[in-house]
Design a protein around this ligand. Structure first.
Ligand SMILES: Cc1cc2nc3c(=O)[nH]c(=O)nc-3n(C[C@H](O)[C@H](O)[C@H](O)COP(=O)(O)OP(=O)(O)OC[C@H]3O[C@@H](n4cnc5c(N)ncnc54)[C@H](O)[C@@H]3O)c2cc1C
Length: 389
């Protein structure tokens, strides 16, 4: 019931912002519009067409902190006043050159620097493939030996990641390492575990991400935990269901192999619950970062905390939602003292378009979540006596 309090959920939104959110969610709940909209966005990006303004005042405003870090910091401070912490990300996903990858390192270092100066930003994040070419991650994950040139490139990827993690360690800012498509994930897992081994001794600085829509991740989690006990390092786990389901299923169909993804949403949910139980049972030895907009998953954790007499602000459990989504969870949890962190991407529009396309696709495919958002926004507009057309 806690999530039905819309006054608290949208306390940070003006009437105009809320109205815009209503229209945007209405539009992106339509699969056909999202399909053609994504194609147009990709076309715009490729041919540098000047219709960026259209994105800027609609979907970008809903899901991103701003074009520059200064705009996002204003937002971070606004959320902090309501007890909601943030983590910021220069969300550039496509880089074609080594110099683009170095720019991404510089941006991550910059984010770590300003996160150090405020308790409103307890985490930073990076997407591993923003530091190296996707095809290199793919080859490394496949187990095929890299040639001389590729090995040199791979060493540069590792150096970039080490640079970010050791800087975060120096400034004592936690880092989340995102999970990506399964065909690049083995290389990412190897890096994440190495970073945890190096930096997670006295504290849990580095968090890896585990996607429970994958059939094999319970076993992976169990093995990771056992290795951490044996090698004496702490593990931080960002637990998510997984964002690349359409790509994953298409690829396995194209290759004629069985999909790594659970056969149904129910199977994913079952996996997710087992993983949650597994981690909660071992919470003294690890930390949980729950990245989910699923009310039942969140309630499962808060109920468990209550049952085990843990305070709402228990330091080893974090709840996280994406900026622009599931505010009813974030702001209501924060009002009860839980540790809540919003993910705030920022950057030039052309850089964040792939992220925005994923958000639009997610909102059109997970229809129950979008209709819940729409219901709650309508309810709040009504409470504020604003007529909805
Ligand atoms: C803070 C945060 C960080 C995130 N970081 C990452 C990340 O690093 N990597 C990443 O991949 N994702 C990431 N995500 C996205 C996440 O994986 C989910 O896509 C998204 O949160 C929706 O899942 P849910 O638990 O919120 O909600 P739900 O609505 O309960 O679940 C939707 C999810 O269930 C799964 N699903 C849906 N239909 C089926 C089906 N037919 N069969 C099998 N499974 C199905 C899919 O994973 C889908 O995204 C992050 C999300 C958040 C909130």
């Amino acid at each position: 019931m806690i999530f039905n309090n819309t006054k608290q959920a949208y306390i940070h939104k003006t009437d105009k912002e809320l109205y815009r959110a209503l229209y945007l969610f209405r539009i992106i709940s339509n699969k056909r519009i999202v399909f053609f909209g994504s194609k147009i966005a990709q076309f715009t990006l490729r041919y540098r067409l000047p219709i960026i303004g259209l994105f800027k005042h609609t979907i970008f405003k809903q899901f991103c902190g701003g074009l520059k870090k200064e705009d996002s910091i204003k937002l971070v401070n606004r959320l902090d006043k309501m007890g909601v912490k943030s983590y910021m990300h220069y969300a550039s996903e496509h880089q074609n050159s080594e110099s683009d990858m170095d720019i991404n390192v510089a941006k991550t270092i910059e984010t770590i620097s300003f996160s150090k100066n405020t308790s409103a930003l307890p985490f930073t994040v990076f997407k591993p493939t923003s530091f190296g070419s996707f095809s290199l991650f793919e080859k490394k994950s496949s187990g095929v030996a890299l040639d001389f040139k590729e090995t040199e490139s791979w060493n540069r990827v590792i150096k970039r990641i080490q640079k970010c993690c050791s800087y975060a360690n120096k400034l004592n800012v936690r880092i989340l390492i995102d999970a990506e498509e399964s065909w690049v994930q083995d290389a990412i897992d190897e890096i994440s575990e190495d970073m945890m081994k190096t930096f997670n001794h006295k504290k849990t600085l580095i968090f890896t991400t585990v996607q429970l829509y994958r059939k094999d991740r319970l076993k992976y989690l169990d093995n990771l935990f056992k290795r951490s006990v044996k090698k004496k390092f702490k593990i931080g786990i960002k637990l998510v269901r997984g964002a690349y389901i359409e790509k994953e299923n298409k690829r396995s169909l194209d290759l004629g192999v069985s999909s790594k993804i659970c056969n149904s949403k129910t199977a994913t949910d079952k996996n997710f619950n087992i993983a949650l139980d597994y981690i909660l049972k071992r919470i003294k030895e690890c930390e949980l970062f729950l990245g989910s907009h699923n009310e039942k998953s969140v309630i499962k954790v808060t109920d468990w905390m209550k049952k085990n007499n843990l305070p709402n602000n228990y330091s080893k459990i974090w709840f996280s939602q994406l900026y622009g989504m599931a505010d009813h969870i974030s702001f209501n949890l924060a009002s009860k003292g839980y540790q809540v962190v919003k993910y705030i991407p920022y950057g030039p529009i052309k850089e964040v378009i792939p992220y925005l396309i994923r958000r639009a696709q997610e909102n059109s495919s997970v229809s129950s979540q979008t209709s819940r958002e729409l219901y709650l926004i309508r309810k709040e507009l009504k409470r504020r006596s604003i007529k909805v057309i």
